[in-house]
Design a binder for this molecule. Structure first.
Ligand code: ADP
Ligand code: ZN
Length: 213
């Protein structure tokens, strides 16, 4: 099991999608799972919605249950690329217990690093496809046709939590609750770091290198 970590907007989702093709393991993003639960109008989705729009963390029990169900599916039996989970030390411990029960473990955690000024402008220009979760940017990664997803042809939109106020909360939440998870994996010798401030392809090369040792 591979864990991808880093602040909001660092490019975890973009890299996870590239790794999915490279490693043949599914990308499992709690953000995507929660957004699709909202679209489906499920109870989990409506419970999570308010937290997400405010940029706060959805309660641990809820995301842990969601991830457990996802990792039980057949496509995740060989492993998965976790993107956006775990985000608290309690989630990291729950993951460890859940995997141990299945004789599995986290093999590596890769931290993508970036300067805080850079993530704000990345997130503010971000366009997301509601259907396939592909991500574009109004300046640095424009879709071929304005407002239309290159991958599936659906409409692109800005996420409801991609506004200045929610971004500030998400960054503060990251520092307070998620940075300790970095220490958790570092102390187990599983942490690798990659500079996320480079181009998408350079970051991907750095990631592939980090996974080799
Ligand atoms: P980003 O990393 O850019 O903030 P995500 O799509 O990963 O975006 O997450 C969006 C929101 O979904 C988070 O702000 C949070 O409310 C919720 N969320 C996603 N993953 C988790 C998690 N592991 N624990 C709690 N909340 C989560
Ligand atoms: Zn799409």
């Amino acid at each position: 099991m591979l864990v991808l970590m880093g602040p909001p907007g660092v490019g975890k989702g973009t890299q996870a999608a590239m790794l999915e093709a490279e490693l043949g393991l599914p990308q499992v993003s709690t953000g995507d799972l929660l957004r699709s639960a909202r679209r489906d109008g499920s109870e989990i989705g409506s419970l999570a919605g308010e937290y997400m729009d405010a940029g706060r963390l959805v309660p641990d029990e809820l995301v842990v249950a969601l991830i457990k169900r996802r990792l039980e599916r057949s496509d995740a039996q060989q492993g998965a690329i976790l993107d956006g989970f775990p985000r608290t030390v309690d989630q990291a411990e729950a993951l460890q217990t859940m995997l141990a029960e299945q004789n599995r473990q986290v093999d590596k955690a890769v931290l993508l690093t970036v300067k805080e000024e850079a993530v704000v402008s990345r997130i503010l220009g971000r366009l997301t496809c509601g259907s396939c979760s592909s991500v574009f940017h109004v300046k640095t990664n424009r879709p071929r046709i304005d407002g239309i997803c290159d991958s599936c042809g659906d409409k692109l939109e800005s996420r409801t939590d991609d506004n200045a106020e929610a971004i500030r909360t998400r960054l503060a939440t990251y520092r307070a609750s998620t940075e300790p998870v970095v220490g958790f994996y570092r102390s187990q010798g599983l942490l690798r770091e990659v500079d996320g401030g480079q181009t998408v392809d350079e970051v991907f090369q750095g990631l592939q290198g980090a996974l080799k040792h």
